[in-house]
Design a protein around this ligand. Structure first.
Ligand code: NAD
Ligand code: ZN
Length: 364
């Protein structure tokens, strides 16, 4: 089992560990039992994850003598709301959860964000533990301490910064992940390769076959590297003011595409298209060489992700989405661009007209 320590300034504990491995639930149970973070645990998860893995997780934890009860809710982004949060809080209260209780988030980013948000406000804050079960949650949402629920009109608008007591990344969960969710998560790994560690892109290329088979040891290696990158970035910018912005690479246009498609284009696919747009913009502005731009495109393609924007999406709709985005400064948009793979920078002054041309060029 691989361990990564995350150091944070805020919160009750100054640091916590990310544990990574295959079939690490036994270890997790022992750690929970020995750490005594809580007297009672509440396992929060969505219906699908509960059906696939809930019984096993509860079994292992209870065998170690831990008191654990499950709270299961419907999956999907619709659940990441203040209403679900209130309902879950009511359930906790009815079952007598108090400040000596802790929450365990078992699931993807929706379960993770919602559970962490609830833990941060229930009785002014109780402990929580992240057990991410999608690639996206393992390399992105479970690390960094951002919690959130959505408003009907704005994603992630309500949230807090709260760190978990620990994160347990068990690659065995990925065996049941649907192909589309798997590829979705790869987009974030490719992003880390592009913004920080181009060796990841080479490894993904060399390991194409292992990746297709979801080989646990290959995945463990690549996911651990991705986690280390996210950890290093959030450690240096816990409150999301500077360096952390580079994590937005591909997300400016990506979010606008996701919204314009009515979420028919998945997050990973949209980010892939957004990364292509950012790379092309970087080339157009003379920052990125054409061969490096091609390197970015081929890494995205090889991961099974799209490098073209569907012609069915209205470019003006995408641009309107960009204008609504908080990254806008007048008629200029703030973008994370590239000088080369591994060398991103933030550019505050990209004219909308250039973004329009880039989107047109990428349309299939
Ligand atoms: P998700 O949680 O909706 O999971 C996707 C689907 O996969 C769900 O239907 C879920 O039931 C299912 N699933 C989960 N694990 C499974 C498994 N092992 N086997 C089979 N099915 C499984 O989505 P996600 O992509 O994991 O996360 C997206 C969310 O993460 C968004 O709400 C986004 O805003 C958030 N996010 C947060 C941060 C952060 O820093 N907090 C960062 C990135 C994304
Ligand atoms: Zn993302």
């Amino acid at each position: 089992m691989n361990k990564i320590r995350v150091h944070v300034e805020k919160g009750s504990s100054s640091s916590y560990e990310i544990h990574i491995g295959t079939h690490i639930l036994d270890r997790m149970a022992l750690i929970l039992a020995s750490q005594a973070w809580a007297r009672r645990y509440f396992l929060l998860t969505d219906e699908r994850v509960f059906a696939l893995h809930g019984g096993r997780v509860l079994g292992v934890l209870r065998e170690t003598g831990l008191t654990v009860e499950e709270i299961v809710f419907p999956g999907g982004e619709e659940s990441k709301s203040i209403r679900t949060c209130t309902e879950l809080a009511e359930q906790l209260m009815e079952r007598g959860a108090d400040r000596t209780s802790a929450l365990i988030a078992l699931g993807g980013g929706v379960v993770g964000d919602l559970t962490a948000f609830l833990a941060s406000i229930y009785m002014r804050g109780i402990a929580h533990i992240q057990v991410p079960t999608t690639i996206l949650a393992q390399v992105d949402s479970s690390i960094g301490g951002k919690t959130a629920v959505d408003l009907p009109s704005a994603k992630n608008l309500l949230g807090t910064f709260t760190q978990p007591k620990a994160v347990f990344i068990d690659l065995a969960f990925l065996e049941t992940l649907p192909p589309r969710e798997f590829t979705n998560g790869l987009a974030e790994i490719v992003k880390y390769g592009i913004i920080e560690d181009p060796e990841i892109l080479e490894d993904l290329q060399k390991g194409e076959e292992a990746l297709r088979r979801r080989d646990p040891s290959f995945l463990a290696g690549i996911i651990a590297r991705a986690c280390r990158i996210k950890k290093a970035i959030v450690e240096s910018d816990e409150n999301d003011r500077g360096l952390r912005r580079i994590l937005n690479f591909g997300h400016t246009v990506g979010h606008a595409i996701e919204a314009e498609s009515g979420f028919a284009v998945s997050h990973g696919e949209a980010v892939a298209m957004g990364m292509c747009a950012a790379a092309l913009l970087s080339e157009r502005r003379g920052h990125l060489s054409p061969p490096d731009r091609e390197k970015v495109f081929s890494a995205i393609r090889r991961a099974g992700l799209p490098v073209r924007i569907p012609a069915s999406l209205d470019p003006e709709g995408i641009l309107r989405g960009l204008k609504k985005d908080k990254k806008k400064e007048g008629e200029q948009i703030r973008f994370v661009l590239l000088k080369k793979p591994g060398l991103p920078f933030v550019n505050g002054g990209i004219p909308l007209s250039l973004v329009r041309e880039t989107i047109e060029e990428l349309r299939a």
